[in-house]
Design a protein around this ligand. Structure first.
Ligand code: FE2
Length: 494
């Protein structure tokens, strides 16, 4: 199918080229070089108090210049370092990093003199607010628009949001056409703030460079991976570690080592990990060893390093665990939040998973965003329906000193409020509290993982997953297999 699409696109492009050539000859002009700029984004890159990364595309190879100005329009004096422009899938990708900015200041940026967007640097205080969305995973203009509506509702709900965390699966197939549709729907949003993008398994499906070529991120101290990017940054009194769960396996031994060192290299009060796949889920991925291996491997690092909150996506439902440590309930543990989908592809509960790979006593809140299924885990059943929960999910996080408040919302597909606006329902809310100033730095070395070290870890990583898959996952899977077959026959769900 992809080949047919590529051949069709190639033929169309050839036809257009021939038409353009004839037009140009008829006019007696040289062929026009289009410098149309598109797919523009501003991303976290290095220290959010002083720098940002930028990506933009042109249809033809063209020299382009990034300018950063302050609110008065004066040049901000930023140091701009450019990555060499290069051809990517028929277009030209440009990336640059602007550094040397002042903290707590709003800037505008232009490309070739054309204004594109604005961002505000971190002021470094211990108050921080941001928006979290996941899995728009659209193919059509209509569904990208629905996803953008959810994100706009999030920004309207939390106007003081300092950035957007997007937990991945920006598109469905990572084609030129889909990224252009994404760009059309999201360009105004992307122009208004800073993005913190996380690689999803659909962001470069069978093509390892799409994510890297859409977002300019700091890979200077990271793990070499085949697909996607691991990175980290401090913002306010928080440390964020972003983990790519879409490589050869959901997480490699090299990544676990990098994550542990990274989380031990900060004394920020809050430690938050953002990733695409979820260790705890009742969605369709919750039955496979790849995702469930995260319970065995990744959560141990969270336990050891005092991670407060894990925010993830992938399974297109909202699920929040109670505080967990060592795969057990614990007051001094980590809360895992599967952040629903901002899009319109929504997953049912896989009831055969409850009590097996994800224990029901771990679940605090469960919201299924489609009709006919339970939308709230009340401790004994989920077979209730609330039409207010049918819509796109978005989440907000507000941190002030030792308080972190997380809210989840649904933007209703159909229902409206008294003023005729689409109904927004606050479906979950929780606050974590802690004593600040307690975290200590216990790792100060170089956390870069070379390509050789990564390659050397591939076989042991696969062996570790294999040991889990055969030793722990398979017996449980075989035990629930009759239930899986029954649900498949009765509900056509797998
Ligand atoms: Fe996914």
């Amino acid at each position: 199918m992809k080949k047919i699409k590529k051949i069709t696109a190639l033929l169309l492009a050839l036809s257009l080229l021939i038409c353009c050539a004839f037009t140009a000859r008829a006019d007696g002009d040289a062929p026009e070089k289009s410098a149309d700029i598109f797919r523009v984004s501003c991303t976290v890159n290095g220290d959010p108090q002083t720098s940002r990364g930028f990506t933009w595309y042109t249809r033809e190879i063209a020299k382009t210049t990034l300018t950063v100005t302050d609110e008065s329009g004066a040049d901000a004096g930023a140091q701009i370092s450019y990555r060499d422009a290069f051809e990517w899938e028929g277009n030209y990708c440009h990336q640059a990093k602007a550094s040397g900015l002042e903290s707590g200041k709003t800037y505008n940026y232009s490309i070739n003199g054309e204004p594109f967007g604005t961002f505000t640097t971190d002021d470094g205080d211990d108050k921080l607010e941001f928006v979290v969305v996941a899995d728009v995973q659209a193919s059509s203009a209509e569904n990208f628009e629905k996803g953008a509506n959810t994100v706009n509702a999030a920004l309207a709900t939390l106007p003081s949001s300092e950035f957007i965390v997007n937990l991945g699966d920006f598109t469905n197939d990572s084609t030129n056409e889909e990224w252009d549709l994404y760009d059309e729907a999201f360009s105004a949003i992307n122009a208004s703030t800073t993005l913190v993008p996380i690689t999803g398994n659909h962001d470069g499906f069978s093509c390892e460079y799409w994510f890297r070529n859409m977002f300019c991120l700091d890979e200077s101290e990271s793990v070499e991976v085949k697909d996607g990017i691991n990175y980290s940054f401090d913002y306010g009194n928080c440390h964020f570690a972003v983990v790519n769960t879409n490589d050869l396996i959901s997480i490699s031994l090299a990544q676990l080592k990098w994550l542990k060192n990274d989380l031990n290299s900060t004394d920020k009060d809050w430690k938050i990990v953002c990733m695409h796949k979820s260790p705890y889920t009742l969605g369709k991925d919750g039955k496979w060893p790849d995702a469930m291996y995260l319970q065995k491997s990744f959560t141990k690092v969270c336990d050891e390093c005092g991670v407060d909150l894990v925010i993830s996506g992938h399974d297109h439902q909202y699920l929040r665990t109670k505080s967990l440590k060592g795969n057990k309930l614990s007051d001094d543990g980590t809360v895992y939040t599967l952040c629903g989908t901002a899009g319109s592809k929504r997953y049912e509960i896989r009831s055969f998973l409850a009590g097996t790979f994800t224990k029901t006593e771990f679940i605090n809140t469960l919201i299924i965003q489609k009709g006919g299924y339970g939308n709230y885990w009340n401790g004994s059943d989920w077979n209730s329906t609330d039409e207010k929960n049918i819509g796109g999910c978005f989440n907000t996080v507000s941190i002030e000193g030792g308080n972190l408040t997380f809210n989840s919302y649904i933007l209703s597909d159909e229902l409206t409020d008294e003023s005729g606006e689409r109904l927004i329902t606050n479906t979950d809310s929780f606050t974590l509290t802690k004593e600040t100033g307690k975290n200590e730095i216990t790792f100060t070395g170089d956390n870069t993982t070379s390509a050789a070290a990564y390659t050397a870890s591939v076989v042991p990583s696969i062996a570790a997953l294999g040991a889990y898959a055969f030793g722990e996952w398979l017996p449980k899977f075989l035990f629930i297999l009759p239930k899986i077959i029954k649900v498949y026959i009765e509900e056509d769900t797998f």
